[in-house]
Design a protein around this ligand. Structure first.
Ligand code: AVI
Length: 301
């Protein structure tokens, strides 16, 4: 048992967790999704033509599509060319089927070619025509949930799957006033708390554990040294939890925490440095008027 205790944040995303995350994206305090959407709504045409140059564009998305944000870029691409190939890459076949139906239904001219792949381990893309360029989307601040070394490895893996002229659009949340971050990760309606505790509900169901999720308090903490928001579940009592499926008993002191998530916050400089270290030349970075979120376009040269 490691000390301090931690659980990997990918465990959040069972079907209930994915629904709760969707709900988080709509709560007033969670500015992340709507701020990135506003940047893309204003800049989609510019981003697409910058990435395409004189060529036609094929969009690849890491993850099964961030709904209306992806739609903005696809619509901008369809305005430039009659048919746009869109390849969402995800481990979940059902999420891909859902994205395919939604996108093909809503944006005539987009042909969806889903790829069931774990892009955090491997990424293989089809060869493109000489007149085509790829634009890979990794938006939604998803990279923020990886440790710095993992983020770099992920970019290097993406780069290895691309050719000169291909681009990556990376969306990250920027470091800002602590109180804004604090309320975004600990909202008044308790949706983020439910999202965090759902991890224990999942362990109860899948590993037959006997966590009492209501005895764990949701804590969101700004770690300025590491430039990240942390989420924790803090045991309110001294207790022992049993996970029979893996024959494990875990003791908690009152006040002891399980660290469940890191959400790294960048600066424009650290974002551009990450892209460069990952092998991309920075073409342009766009932010919103408050400087809360950034999307940056990197190209392989
Ligand atoms: C998915 N990811 C970008 C979210 C974030 O902001 O780090 C997950 C999240 N955790 C709490 N609220 C939202």
């Amino acid at each position: 048992m490691s000390s301090p205790k931690w659980l990997p944040s990918w465990l959040f995303y069972d079907s209930a967790g994915s629904r709760l995350f969707e709900e988080i994206t709509r709560i007033p305090e969670y500015y992340v999704t709507r701020t990135e959407r506003a940047i893309l709504a204003e800049r989609a045409g510019e981003i697409v033509s910058r990435a395409a140059g004189e060529n036609s564009l094929r969009l690849v998305e890491l993850g099964a599509g961030s709904a209306d944000k992806t739609r903005l870029l696809l619509s901008a691409a369809v305005e430039r060319q009659d048919t746009v190939f869109y390849e969402p890459v995800d481990v979940s076949a059902s999420a891909l089927v859902e994205a395919q139906m939604r996108i093909e239904d809503e944006i005539p001219g987009v042909l969806v070619c889903p790829r069931v792949e774990d892009y955090t381990h491997d990424l293989e893309l089809d060869a493109t025509l000489p007149t085509e360029r790829r634009l890979v989307l990794y938006i939604g601040s998803s990279i923020g949930n990886f440790e710095p070394g993992e983020s770099l490895m992920l970019l290097e893996r993406v780069r290895a799957a691309l050719d000169p002229g291909d681009c990556l659009l990376l969306g990250v949340d920027l470091a800002k006033d602590e109180s804004v971050l604090q309320t975004a990760y600990d909202d008044a309606a308790g949706v983020t708390a439910a999202f965090n505790r759902n991890l224990l509900v999942r362990l109860n169901r899948e590993l037959d554990a006997d966590f009492h999720p209501e005895t764990f308090a949701h804590r969101a903490v700004w770690n300025a040294t590491e430039s990240r928001m942390e989420m924790h579940l803090v045991s309110e009592t001294k207790q022992t939890v049993w996970l029979p499926a893996i024959d494990l008993r875990v003791n908690f002191e009152a006040g002891e925490s399980i660290h469940t998530e890191n959400s790294y916050k960048y600066t424009v400089e650290s974002l551009e440095e990450l892209l460069q270290r990952g092998g991309f030349a920075v073409e342009q970075t766009w932010t919103d008027s408050r400087g809360w979120f950034a999307v940056s376009l990197g190209m392989i040269i």
